[in-house]
Design a protein around this ligand. Structure first.
Ligand code: BGC
Length: 818
């Protein structure tokens, strides 16, 4: 087959070959029908399949975000999710899905935390491999990303992650190795650079990691895509092992790559290898010679998305069995900013245009008996920026685009108060003329923001001027999503006529590099309304007069998104105070956290019940209502450690120092650092309660000793048999977790006191005893020894701690490596 692909490549000119190596568009690759290559389509992302330029406005199924799915700790569930992805991809004519994200939660403050699975390499590896197996099993490609060292967002295109050899091999590489073992057809090279101790290069130019390690040692025969607009060079990136530059058209390859070959900077065989890889991918996804793709039969989306939602919910506290809600409840106060405006996807490239959203109120009203009354109250707006102006207040908005000579060349339709309009080549300047009509008496607040050089006027007066030239960084750092702009207050006196406010924005058309040219503007407005304190008082009154209160607190798109990290783990606004005051008003209160990454919950042990509900996708409200009412069990376990306090967090600050992130904590990531430092987490890694009770009766090991083979790995890895009983009154799931406690290494390499070695999700009826078999992978026992550049398994006495979280150990088994 490979020789046939090589044969095909010989039929193309150098120019034709080079053309194939940059996207034809942002999402579609070039075809070369003369050698049988049909166009391949790729699409984001890990929380649904968004589609291409042509189809992204068509709705997609919005899934719970990856942390939500990961929290079920269930590879079979992940495989079902993977197959559902494949069906969505085929429905939207997508051949390669840009997922899963395998970067780790090195810091809880990482902005894309919600897109990655876990702080733990083993959990991430198992779940990532399950996803890839399932998606590709249906003939759709997966693109695990972002290879490698892209754990945080701040200055993501510029920083260098300094990762020593052992840490790379033991912590950050294993998830990628697992997806390669699962047969991944493509990989995405990250924006950042890596200093691996030998070479320091940006990842699209990292020869040692792309060519020597990935394609050489690990035998990857697929395609390395660049992250979008990540490639900055021609010969260095082409030579290093990058195969396809995205997005296109344009970018640093194309004609310049041809010249580089002519100049002897890149060997033509390097180009040929890339085209062979592309053809191999085409063969794999059914786009070689003729389109052999077929529709994939997926599970009914309402059912699977709703089920996955509850499976990931993590019950953090449930004093006095406040949850599930009692049948005697007749009135429910549903309170909180995220009850009114649930955040069901994170921001950035993972976002899809979801088909619909079931919000918490709709979900509860549907699931609760008809005679139960649900009252919805916000309890204070936690957002920094004002809401986008509504059509009712925006009474005029005309945009004119001008060329360099000042000729008006386009009058695009303005779709609302916030827009990103693409502009064709030749457009240089844009002018927006808009009017707001303010009717309600009182103080109105108005914000106007534009990305790039601009002058903004409100009622003829200049309120903002900037000569900042827009660039690709405005997109990559997500400034386009929440542009800052001045705020003005405008008074409408009682009994006065509506007030018309004139807004004028004169701006330069932005050049966003690979993301095209365009203008980005937001007009935001808040009419007169109650203060936060007044809203909290209203929430307290609603709680006092209801049988039960449910407070949904959380983050929003200003807080959790691609492009930036979080400066604090506190809940935004006055939500902590809202929780405390509502709980004081009604002891029958459950707090629901709607966030994708850890937020501090200073009241966690003071309030009756707390449920972590993640970003639940379009079925969020149904899944939440199922869990709150007990129709479904919250079976999730934390895939990361919940800190008590900022001071306890091992890595909080995500700002690179002099452009470098030094991963000098080494192998002590997440819960391993808490164990090393003896810090009590607020809730440990692996924690989750559920609605039933479990007893781990017994755990037994296959053999009391084993030996290491010539590759440094044990020849007969331990297998463990665990019996456990559901001692409660409901059927339920439990996640059995096995942690390795290694002996002290004689050569002095520090090892985590406890690291996750195996896990299994089991289900049992009330009173039932079930058995789980868990295999400890040989690599879990091994160290990567930087002195030998190889793995070895130290001899000595090992323990395997079997339990229900990294801090709740029921049995400890021992064996020797001789
Ligand atoms: C993100 C990738 C994504 C790509 C395409 C980049 O900014 O880092 O994860 O797949 O954009 O949207």
């Amino acid at each position: 087959m490979t020789s046939d692909l090589h044969q095909r490549v010989t039929r193309l000119s150098l120019e034709d070959k080079a053309r194939l190596l940059t996207g034809r568009t942002g999402w579609v690759l070039h075809a070369a029908t003369e050698i049988g290559l049909l166009p391949i389509t790729v699409s984001d992302g890990p929380a649904g399949v968004r589609g291409t330029e042509a189809t992204q406005d068509e709705h997609s199924a919005g899934l719970p975000s990856p942390t939500a799915v990961a929290a079920a700790w269930d590879t079979e569930l992940m495989e079902r999710v993977g197959r559902f992805f494949a069906a969505e991809a085929r429905r939207k004519d997508v051949d390669v899905v840009l997922a899963p994200v395998l970067n780790l939660h090195r810091s809880p403050a990482g902005g894309r935390h919600f897109e990655c699975f876990s702080e733990d390499p083993h959990l991430t590896a198992e779940l990532g491999a399950a996803f890839v197996r399932a998606v590709q099993g249906e003939g759709v490609g997966a693109c695990p990303k972002h290879f490698i060292g892209n754990e945080t967002e701040h200055e993501r295109t510029g920083y260098v992650s300094r990762i020593d050899e052992r840490t790379l091999r033991e912590v950050y590489l294993p998830p990628f190795e697992a997806v390669l073992d699962a047969g991944a057809w493509t990989i995405m090279a990250a924006y950042n650079g890596v200093d691996d101790g030998v070479e320091t290069s940006t990842m699209t130019e990292h020869r040692r990691l792309l060519t020597d390690l990935l394609k050489g040692e690990l035998g990857f025969d697929g395609v390395v895509f660049s992250d979008w607009a990540a490639t900055r060079s021609t010969a260095p990136s082409a030579d290093a092992g990058l195969d396809i530059v995205m997005p296109g058209p344009g970018g640093p390859w194309g004609r310049v790559l041809v010249d580089a070959v002519h100049a002897g900077e890149v060997d033509e065989s390097v180009i040929d290898d890339k085209v062979v890889r592309l053809l191999r991918l085409a063969g794999r996804v059914g786009k070689l010679d003729r389109d052999t793709t077929t529709a994939v039969e997926g599970e009914g989306e309402r059912v699977i998305l709703r089920e996955v939602g509850s499976r990931g919910h993590v019950l953090l506290r449930n004093e006095g069995d406040v949850l599930p809600l009692s049948d005697s409840v007749r009135t429910v106060a549903l309170i909180g900013p995220n009850a009114v405006d649930a955040y069901t996807q994170g921001g950035g490239s993972a976002h899809v245009n979801a088909k619909y959203l079931v919000d918490p109120a709709e979900g509860l009203r549907e699931v609760l008996p008809e005679n139960v009354e649900v009252t919805l109250v916000r309890g204070g707006d936690p957002r920094r920026l004002l809401p986008v102006v509504t059509a009712e207040h925006l009474t005029e908005a005309d945009l004119t685009l001008y060329d360099g000579d000042g000729e008006a060349i386009d009058l695009p339709e303005v779709p609302g108060g916030a827009f990103h309009i693409n502009a064709r080549e030749g457009t240089e300047r844009a002018e927006l003329v808009a009017s707001l009509t303010l009717t309600e008496p009182g103080t109105h607040r108005v914000e106007v923001a534009a990305v790039g050089a601009h002058t903004i006027r409100v009622d003829g007066e200049i309120v903002s001027e900037s000569d900042h030239r827009a660039s690709v960084d405005d997109i990559l750092e997500s400034r386009h999503a929440h542009p800052e702009g001045p705020r003005v207050e405008i008074e409408v006196p009682e009994g006065a006529e509506p007030r018309t406010v004139g807004i004028g924005v004169d701006m330069e058309v932005g050049d966003f590099g690979g993301f095209g040219r365009g203008v980005i503007v937001q007009i935001r407005h808040a009419p007169p309304g109650p203060t936060v304190e007044e809203e909290i008082q209203e929430a307290v009154r609603a709680a006092e007069t209801s049988d039960a209160a449910i407070v949904v607190v959380g983050t929003n798109n200003e807080v959790e998104s691609e492009g930036y990290d979080r400066p604090t783990l506190d809940l935004p606004g006055s939500q902590d105070e809202l929780v405390r005051r509502v709980c004081a008003a009604n002891p029958n209160t459950a707090v629901v956290v709607n966030a994708g990454a850890p937020v501090l919950l200073p009241w966690l042990d003071e309030v009756p019940a707390v449920l972590w509900s993640w970003f639940g996708g379009q079925e969020y409200g149904h899944a939440l209502a199922d869990t709150l009412t007990g129709r479904a069990e919250p079976t999730g376990r934390l895939p990361w450690t919940l800190p008590r306090d900022h001071d306890d967090v091992p890595i909080l600050d995500t700002h690179p120092v002099d452009g470098v992130h030094d991963y000098d904590e080494g192998v002590f990531v997440g819960h391993r650092a808490y164990d090393r430092d003896g810090i009590e987490p607020h809730r440990p890694f692996g924690f989750g309660l559920g609605y039933t009770d479990w007893r781990i009766d017994d755990a037994a090991l296959s053999a009391p000793h084993t030996t290491a083979g010539p590759d440094g790995l044990v020849t007969e890895p331990p297998t463990i048999t665990v019996t456990l009983t559901n001692t409660g009154r409901r059927p339920g799931h439990h996640v059995v977790q096995v942690y390795l406690e290694p002996p002290v290494d004689e050569d002095g390499l520090p090892r985590p006191p406890r690291s996750l070695a195996a896990f299994a999700s089991v289900r049992a009826a009330p009173g039932e005893t079930v058995t789980a078999h868990l295999d400890v992978p040989p690599r879990a026992l091994a160290i990567w020894d930087p002195a030998e550049h190889a793995r070895r398994t130290p001899e000595g006495a090992y323990h395997l701690a079997v339990g229900s979280s990294s801090r709740a150990i029921a049995h400890r088994l021992s064996f020797d490596v001789r």
